[in-house]
Design a protein around this ligand. Structure first.
Ligand code: UDP
Ligand code: MG
Length: 335
């Protein structure tokens, strides 16, 4: 990883933008982001993370840092690690008390940055956003609804309405907590929500991709969905155990029915084939239960290897020493 930073001033706000082959939209992104940051009440830095682009994105980032050394910072990754890894690399380099993430394709208008910052300044740890009049294909819209629904069902605690919108704000405390999670393939908003005390959501405008194509093909989206499913919950493993119980129960009931009917009518039962089916169902159910239990152990190993910190202490509140607290007003005055 190479970092292009031409200033050492400490910023209050870091804006992290992952960039992967966005040469067409980058100049406009840089222009509009610079303009948006000029009007901010706090000092900002914009971290452009080049995620192994093969076009001219890196040169454009270099140029932006040269032109606005007080504002832009370039982080160049050695190859394409994916959007979430790129954001994590940006988090690692960020120095602001607040961090805002957004996309490089201008689907998140930079003009919305002040509104997100406003909420962070009010003390919220995570500022989620909900895209108004989303400018995406019907396939993506339905996919997004499915993912949002799934994550909300699977995650315990606080959840977000729109997990797909990258324009989000985080406090330094939350960013540090996410950085301490040892797992790969992190889904940042889920982690951030689990470590946040105060969260809020605001609606933001959404634009069409300015140029180029989405970096997520159908196949990539499906693998992301599986990643998300297995990364957030053990529910699919439990589902296997539950279905095993149901199949085995069905086998037992079916066996009972076959037994009762064959006692009434000896010619019924297809010469024991039905009874064989009942036994097969029970065995199949047992196999599923066994697999599910094995999965529970694998799930536990998976959970432990992620090395997520179990808690974060925000502050420790200690009282005054007893003697000082019991001082009379006269003693205080004399002191
Ligand atoms: N991106 C990235 N690495 C990748 C894929 C995407 O850094 O491997 C960046 C991309 O340049 C953009 C953001 O992630 O800034 C979102 O990508 P895209 O707009 O293609 O996603 P979509 O809006 O279609 O979900
Ligand atoms: Mg996009």
């Amino acid at each position: 990883m190479c970092i292009i930073r031409l200033t050492d001033d400490q910023p209050d706000l870091s804006i992290v933008i992952p960039v992967y082959n966005e040469e067409e939209s980058l100049p406009e992104l840089i222009r509009r982001t610079e303009l948006a940051c000029r009007g901010l009440s706090v000092k900002a830095e914009v971290i452009l993370v080049d995620d192994g682009s093969s076009d001219h994105s890196m040169e454009i980032i270099h140029d932006a840092v040269q032109r606005f050394p007080q504002l832009f910072v370039g982080v160049v990754l050695s190859t394409n690690f994916g959007q979430h890894a790129a954001v994590m690399a940006g988090f690692q380099q960020s120095r602001g008390k607040f961090v805002i993430t957004m996309d490089a394709d201008l689907q998140n208008p930079p003009e919305e940055i002040p509104r997100v910052l406003d909420m962070l300044l009010q003390g919220y740890d995570v500022v989620g956003t909900i895209r108004q009049r989303r400018q995406d294909s019907t396939f993506r819209l339905w996919g997004s609804h499915l993912v949002n629904l799934m994550v909300r069902q699977l995650c315990h605690g606080r959840t977000m309405t729109d997990y797909g919108c990258m324009l989000r704000g985080y406090s330094r405390k939350v960013v540090d907590a996410v950085l301490q999670c040892g797992e790969n393939g992190k889904f940042i908003p889920i982690l951030a929500m689990s470590y946040a005390r105060r969260t809020v959501e605001i609606t933001v405008s959404h634009a069409e991709r300015m140029a180029g194509k989405s970096k997520y093909s159908c196949l990539k989206l499906i693998s992301l969905l599986f990643d998300l499913l297995t990364g957030t919950s053990n529910f699919p493993l439990r589902l296997m155990t539950f279905s095993g119980f149901f199949i085995a129960l069905f086998g037992v009931l079916f066996g009972l029915v076959v037994f009762v009917i064959s006692q009434i009518d000896k010619s019924w039962g297809a010469e024991g084939v039905f009874a064989l089916f009942a036994i097969a169902f029970v065995l199949m159910g047992c196999q599923f239960i066994g697999l599910g239990l094995l999965g529970e152990y694998v799930g536990k190993i998976h959970h432990n290897t992620r090395q997520r910190p179990q808690f974060f202490v925000e502050q420790v509140i200690v009282g005054q020493p007893q003697a000082a607290a019991e001082e009379t007003p006269e003693q205080k005055l004399a002191g």
